[in-house]
Write a protein that binds this ligand. Structure first.
Ligand code: VG1
Ligand code: CO
Length: 544
């Protein structure tokens, strides 16, 4: 078979964001667009000869066609073996698991994650390195630099691979193995959780759960693990068939986009436990009957209960959370006598901490939790962790969280998004915040006084690399915090994210609505950043 070297010219916008390169599907379908980026990835690897590549996607529109292109390019770039998910399906956490298990050099996940899909939606490429984690900043910078000067890519002239049939075939000298996307991942989960105990909970105790895969990648994983392996009744998994347009939904598991699940958990005869995951399976939302667990609280509860779970019974080495995540878990870490690291947004910043054995659990406010079992956040894993805790403690989700608040206090936390902001206006807002920082320290806003304020910069404790401009942090004397940052996953205009947090140690005040508890901080954020004037928007587009 013939390797073709195709001449091409650069696109100026192939800079990976918080997690991979995301663009509208139409941008990705331009001639050479995907090919340029994939070749830039392979150039960053330099020597792919004989190595293993793991390849899959979340099933969104263009997944299958893009899979064929990447297969032929990987063969032309001399990979020895490609493990590709059946029907082009692999979740992000499963990809991380498979990279690690089979010592692959790299993984490519065709997904724009929590962004909507379809012809009018988004497409994306995530690139993971040999530890199974997202490419670190120095690698994404190298890919971007190459993409700006690229003048050719390599592709094999060959017929398409049959992705619907498991087993091995060849593309030139490269072995292509179509694999079951669930098998290795499920095996790994069995080593971490007490499946017998969860099986008992799901079959013998009257306990009912509901999992919404939102027609995205976790459907096959959830059917196999919850229903077939753990005995949950058929129908436990909703929307379990991956669809190219995610059934018209927005595959982001939060109270707004996973509305149907929320209605079930807050409705008549609600089940005991509800959960959902996102497009590529790395996020999770946890609900109890009539009860929502905020992602930051979820991380803290997992940490506080980790010793009840088989894979974590000997305790945690440390914990890491992103700067935008509430400081709830810091209190758990302090009580456990372990370190808690604050990192920039994006899972790639956890990789070194995990590799060095400094942390066991990590989390982000964006419905993201994970551990050292892989190098990605992991939606199904988080659900299993909760189920294991519920099975051991034999209490409701709400009881567990209420007890946790009583012990540690409650950190109310919300994110306000202003989406679709003109990028210049967004830049002006962030610049103005930068300049106003100097005058903020010591300033009093009603009951809150600013004690600290900075533009968050992170020095990786393992390799010393420095990442700057990762969010404006304003910290008050009563442990309240406001963080402002620009999203790195938006595919049009700019998204400004504002994170509000306040701490409530008094049990009697721990059951307020978060928006009510955070109202005074919102007013302060408005005053400091002149949000409506500078965005030109009366109110945020999303509050979660
Ligand atoms: C968002 C989240 C961040 C998450 C990232 C990737 O990034 O805030 O916590 O790691 O998405 O998630 P940003 O830059 O838009 O705030 V996923 O599930 O889309 O890979
Ligand atoms: Co995701």
């Amino acid at each position: 078979m013939n390797i073709r070297t195709v001449s091409t010219s650069p696109f100026a916008d192939q800079k990976p964001g918080t997690s991979g390169l995301r663009k509208s599907t139409a941008v990705f379908q331009q001639p050479n667009y995907l090919e340029n980026f994939i070749q830039s990835i392979f150039e960053s690897i330099k020597d792919c000869q004989g190595q293993t590549l793991v390849l899959g996607g979340d099933g969104r529109y263009y997944n299958r066609q893009a899979t064929q292109i990447v297969l032929k390019m990987a063969a032309a770039n001399k990979f020895g073996r490609i493990k590709v998910g059946h029907r082009g399906i692999l979740s992000t956490p499963a990809t991380s698991c498979i990279i690690r298990k089979y010592n692959a050099l790299a993984g490519i996940i065709l997904s724009a994650s929590h962004n909507p899909g379809g012809f009018l939606g988004d497409f994306g490429v995530k690139y993971n390195v040999s530890n199974g984690g997202p490419a670190p900043e120095k690698v994404t910078q190298a890919i971007y630099a190459y993409s700006k000067t690229i003048n050719y890519y390599k592709i094999l002239d060959a017929p398409d691979i049959d992705l619907d049939t498991l087993g091995e075939s060849r593309l030139g000298n490269t072995v292509v193995e179509v694999i079951d996307p669930v098998y290795d991942y499920e095996k790994l989960m069995e080593t971490l959780f007490d499946f017998d105990c969860i099986h008992q909970l799901l079959t013998k105790s009257g306990f009912r759960m509901c999992f919404d895969a939102l027609h995205a990648v976790t459907g096959p994983y959830a059917h196999s693990i919850f229903e077939h392996r753990l005995g949950a009744s058929m129908g436990t998994v909703r929307n379990g068939t991956p669809l190219e347009d995610f059934g018209g939904g927005h595959p982001d598991p939060n109270l707004v986009y996973a509305r149907d699940l929320v209605e079930i958990l807050y409705g008549k005869d609600a089940p005991d436990f509800g959960a959902a995951s996102d497009g590529d399976g790395d996020r999770n939302m946890i609900l109890g009957r009539n009860f929502f667990v905020s992602p930051s609280d979820s991380l803290a509860v997992l940490a506080a209960n980790a010793k009840l779970v088989y894979g974590y019974k000997s305790g945690l080495a440390g914990i890491a959370r992103s700067v935008a995540t509430s400081t709830a878990v810091d209190k758990v870490a302090a009580k456990l006598g372990i370190d808690c690291y604050e990192t920039p947004t994006g899972w790639k910043f956890f990789s070194n901490l995990l590799d060095a054995g400094l942390v066991t659990l990590c989390g982000e406010e964006s419905f993201s939790t994970g551990s050292n079992h892989i190098r990605e956040k992991d939606g199904i894993w988080a659900v299993l962790f909760w189920l294991n805790i519920l099975a051991v403690r034999q209490q409701s989700v709400e009881q567990i969280v209420q007890e946790y608040w009583q012990l540690y206090g409650r950190n109310y936390h919300l994110r306000y998004d202003y989406e679709g902001v003109d990028p210049e206006r967004a830049a002006t807002l962030m610049n103005k915040l930068q300049t106003s920082m100097a005058s903020l320290k010591g300033k009093r806003f009603g009951p809150h006084e600013v004690i600290y304020c900075d533009d968050f910069s992170y020095t990786d404790p393992v390799d010393g690399s420095v990442s700057t401009h990762k969010g404006i942090r304003i910290i008050f004397d009563d442990e309240s915090r406001i963080v402002f940052r620009l999203s790195g996953t938006a595919t049009y205009a700019a998204t400004i994210r504002i994170f509000l947090e306040t701490y409530e140690p008094k049990v009697a005040k721990q059951n307020q609505q978060p928006q009510q508890a955070l109202a005074s901080l919102l007013a302060i954020a408005n005053e400091i950043a002149q949000l409506s004037i500078l965005t030109g928007m009366e109110k945020p587009t999303l509050i979660i």
